[in-house]
Each structure stands twice: as C-alpha cells, then as structure tokens.
Design a protein around this ligand. Sequence first.
Ligand code: SF4
Length: 200
Amino acid sequence: MRIGGFTKQSFIDWEGKTTAVIFTKGCNFRCGYCHNPELVYPELMERSEDIPETEIFDFLSTRKNWLDGVVITGGEPTIQKDLKVFIVNVKKMGFAVKLDTNGSSPEVLKDLLKADLLHYVAMDIKTVLEIESYQNICRVKDRQLLLKVEESIEILKESGIDYQLRTTAVPKFHTKEMIDELQKEFSYCNYQVQEYRETK
Ligand code: SF4
C-alpha cells in the first residue's frame, strides 16, 4: 500500500479505543476543502517518501498489548490495490480494524465485509444525495458516483457491523436546509455532522 502518514497512538479516531492510524496516499475525489492535500494531489504526494509497510508492522508488533485497533484512513484507502492483504495482516496480529472511506468503492467494501475483515466503518456523506451537489463538492465527473455512494450505504445497513455516516459541514457548500435534510434522511443510524475547521 502507499502510505503517507502514520500516527502511533490516537484516542480520538475510534471512539473508546486506543489506535494507530495509517494514512494512505491517493484519493479519487478532489474535495475543495480537503485537509490532507498531500495525500490527494500526485504532485504533492511525491514530495514525500512512502512509509514502508514493514515499518508499520514492526511498530505494531511492539504494541500488541497496548493498542486496541488500527484505523485506516487517507486519502481514500479503497483505491489501494493491496488494501485487503494489508488488513488481513493487521488482523492476524490481533488488532481490530476501522476503515474510513468516501463510499465510492462499494465492491471493495462488500468484499472486505464478506471476508469479515472490518470491525467498524466511518463513511463520508459529502452532501445531499443528489448528483449535481455531490459532483460540486467531490469534483468527480463519474455520473455513477451517486449510485456507488448509495450502494455503499446499503451495504453498511445490511452488514451488521457498527458504522458511522458523517458529513463535514462547510458553509461554502452546505445550506442549513441541506444539513436538516441529511439529518432526517439518516436518523435511523449513527450520523454525525462535523464542523469544518479552517486550517489557515
Ligand atoms: S475524499 Fe477526503 S481525502 Fe479525498 S479529497 Fe475529499 S476530503 Fe480529501
């Protein structure tokens, strides 16, 4: 996997758990408000060397009795071709796995869940489920995008595992009506609205 960042200990990335957090390089979205452009834009990604998987596994082997789990985030982890093998190896070490995703790869999500590799999934709901609004934020031309996001939501609903849907509310992109609509639509599950924080 292409890994651009690694937090050795976090108490905030998986509620109630002490975790290591792995940031994968590369994303198929181009959200205008992204806080991790160095994990998204190829020209920025190549400015830093990838962290070797061996470095991650060597560290994890020293924390088996300390960490509860590993969070895999990005970028967008589901575009990594060897994500599944990586998670299998993390699980073999005895760690629970949380996956953060933008929901654009339902087939990957389904495959990981079918293989019983995930303990928790946090999925972004970028905005109301309407193609123009979604494309406006993600800046992705794929007209199938919304169908993929909706399919990922259905997969999580059927999965039986704990999951969270979440929206980062950005004044430039979201109206109060949109947030109200989202809260109503996802009132059946753990849905969170996060406040966008300016970085500069
Ligand atoms: S999906 Fe996440 S990582 Fe990718 S561009 Fe959007 S905010 Fe950034």
